[in-house]
Design a protein around this ligand. Structure first.
Ligand SMILES: Nc1nc2c(ncn2[C@@H]2O[C@H](COP(=O)(O)OP(=O)(O)OP(=O)(O)O)[C@@H](O)[C@H]2O)c(=O)[nH]1
Ligand SMILES: [Mg+2]
Length: 351
């Protein structure tokens, strides 16, 4: 879906986090004027430390007249406010799965959006949970913290119905992450996106402004990634996510939260009858025996329906014919088991 949102900039966000000491964002024609929006255009203040392997090789270098800007943009906010939908819209592709259930995103997912004169390296993140209840949720927060801590600009997403107390808690969480950055590292500018304004009857689409708006918050820098580099995650990760999205869509309540998808075999670059072909074996892992029967369904109907829906989506995603073999397995209490979580690729804190 195309998200509908309004943007506010550091001045307005100053209540959430202190603005960047040397840099501020430009308010790029917000659709609704904020009463005390602080609007300022201040040039970037040079290079942030970045891994040598990310050094420039992409689009045109900065010129004095139109400096090229590039950097990491952390897309953070409470669960279900539309972070992944917004990230996809900026990327122009449905890379991250979305769903009306909270806690859909479990990992930090990098996506690169190239624009005229800038490159946004977006990090979609799991929704902020100030009080994680089990190990999986803690790893999700480890991922969100990392994105907030290395962001050169933060896109803080909220929506028109979010409880102000929850917004304040999430903002305080963000503030704590930014405060914990290395001593001399300045706090990044924060852009606030108020999402789902269509639900108030506002039909304004702020999204074309977003690249423009985020860009002044980023340092002057050559592109960090080549033009063709789009994400840090491999194809098999997205295959697992697409299958998980079908589980989220098909089951209510706790079942999706108890499932993980493991890709056991992923063979791409195959060909079948002259068409590209991808062959996938995957297991849906559930936390308890009793959940296995629910996932499988009567005479296998539930898992079959997931498989059919997932295969259709995978064929579009990979633009290829897909064979998908799905099975259901019990991985006892995997959500609470740090060893299992680590093996599944979650960033277990302290390891
Ligand atoms: N009406 C409306 N719905 C939206 C908008 N943006 C997102 N949504 C819906 O809101 C729900 C949550 O969107 P997501 O993008 O999955 O939210 P998220 O913040 O990534 O959620 P988590 O990953 O769970 O933290 C989905 O059902 C989206 O379709 C919008 O602008 N308007
Ligand atoms: Mg999400």
């Amino acid at each position: 879906m195309v998200p509908k949102f309004l943007l506010f900039f550091c001045g307005a966000a100053a209540a959430l986090v202190a603005p960047h000491p040397k840099r501020a964002c430009v308010a790029a024609r917000p659709s609704v004027a904020l009463p005390d929006a602080d609007v300022a255009a201040v040039p970037g203040d040079g290079e942030a430390d970045r891994p040598p392997e990310l050094e420039a090789s992409g689009p045109a270098p900065a010129t004095l007249a139109t400096p090229f800007r590039a950097g990491f943009v952390g897309v953070v906010g409470s669960p279900n406010v539309g972070k992944s939908t917004l990230t996809n819209a900026l990327l122009g592709q449905d890379l991250c799965i979305t769903n009306s259930k909270a806690q859909t995103t479990r990992h930090r997912i990098l996506g690169v959006a190239n624009g005229d004169g800038y490159q946004l390296v977006l990090s979609d993140t799991p929704g902020i949970l100030c009080d994680p209840a089990y190990a999986l949720q803690s790893t999700m927060m480890t991922a969100a913290k990392a994105a907030a801590r290395d962001a050169e600009c933060v896109l803080f997403v909220t929506d028109v119905f979010e409880d102000p107390e929850v917004v304040a808690e999430s903002a305080a969480w963000l503030d704590a992450q930014l405060a914990s950055r290395a001593g001399d590292e300045p706090k990044p500018p924060v852009v606030v996106a108020l999402n789902k304004v269509d639900l108030l009857g506002v039909d304004d689409d702020g999204y074309p402004l977003l690249g423009e708006a985020s860009e002044p918050g980023l340092p002057e820098s050559a592109a960090l990634f080549d033009d063709e580099y789009f994400t840090d995650r491999p194809s098999r990760f997205f295959a697992a996510e697409i299958i998980r999205e079908k589980i989220l869509a098909q089951f209510a309540k706790e079942i999706p939260y108890s499932c993980e998808v493991r890709i056991d075999r992923f063979k791409e670059d195959l060909e079948l009858k002259g068409r590209p072909f991808v062959n996938i074996d995957a297991a849906v892992l559930v936390a308890r025996d009793s959940q296995k029967g629910i996932l499988v369904g009567k005479r296998g109907a539930a898992i079959k329906a997931i498989g059919v829906a997932a295969r259709e989506h995978l064929e579009t995603f990979f633009d290829a014919k897909v064979h998908l073999a799905l099975r259901v397995k019990v991985s006892k209490d995997w959500r609470a088991d740090e060893g299992k979580l680590k093996a599944m690729g979650y960033p277990v804190a302290g390891r």
